[in-house]
Design a protein around this ligand. Sequence first.
Ligand code: F6P
Length: 368
Amino acid sequence: MKKIVISTGGGDAPGLNAVIYAVVHASARKGWEVYGSRNGYGGFLDIDDMVRLTPRDVEGIYSTGGTILGSTNKGNPFSKPVENLAGEIQIVDISDKILRNFNRMGFDCHIAIGGDGSLDIAHRFAEKGMPVIGVPKTIDNDLNQTSRTFGFDTAVATATEALDKLHSTAKSHNRVLVVEVMGRESGWIALYSGISGGADVILLPEIPFDMHEVCNKISDNELHDKNYSIVVVAEGAVTKDGRSFNKGMGELGRDEVVLGGVGEWVASEIRKITEKDTRSLVLGHLQRGGSPTTFDRLLALRFGTAAVRLVENKVFDHMVALKDSTMISVPIVEAIKARKKVDLSNDKIMTAREIGICLGDKDEGQEV
Ligand code: F6P
């Protein structure tokens, strides 16, 4: 008999509930008990936030978005902001308390579902002696050592559908529409949705962009009797001269800046340089919502069952991952070392350029 606890950390992604479903079912068949910790590590701090999960509790959740456990991206137990008696905010480390409660509650393993931030925390707990297994999640698809994270396919489908809808209105008004999509450090969502959704320009964090190249493409469209353009820009895209766009640190306890603003900036530059009627929109959290696609559901269910296999084989401080269509496990530390960037020699980059999409840099093979 084993007793497992699952937590979901960081921004949500479609497929989280499918992982929980798979862990609960695969464990129940072995006679193991599963608990869920609400809002990241909340269940280790307040017993009311530690919930028993049986197959009945997770009935049908594999197809739903969000996470039944709740999540937070300001819950780092190694540096938690706490208000002292004088009303000042102090950063405290509550990891020992969490580890003590994990042991007291008699858990054999913690399955941490999260992106780079949550997996970094999970690895630090593993170093302190907590048996931990990681499951990679992020719509950005930027985790190393796994070719895919669940949530990405759903986010791409949402962004592609939005682009499909924007074509008719852009065309009706002879407008340029700039669409800002998520992607902090990697442009996977922008690239996949931009190519599939007929964008004229795609701007990625991996290729610093030049507004003159962007505007040349828009003017070139006009020369070829296409009086509208669609620009897709990842929130983490930067200009050639190093300008990035963010809204500051956001709420207390967040470890990263809140990105945003690049879409509107690109739109205003296009307006200035080309004098074209230009609008921008931010797809934002729409990309994180909704029911997971078949691909994401299946991947999440496979990740969940693979995690239970790792528990059985005591392969701790490892993360389940997808490589060449199979499930593998990798040390968590390898996954969090660096972000997985779009490889510029990738055939998708070639595809984009070869069908005439501008990537914000000088395209040597431009049509004449
Ligand atoms: O990491 C996933 C992500 O969706 C990023 O693309 C985005 O910058 C961030 O989360 C937004 O997080 P929040 O939920 O705090 O707005």
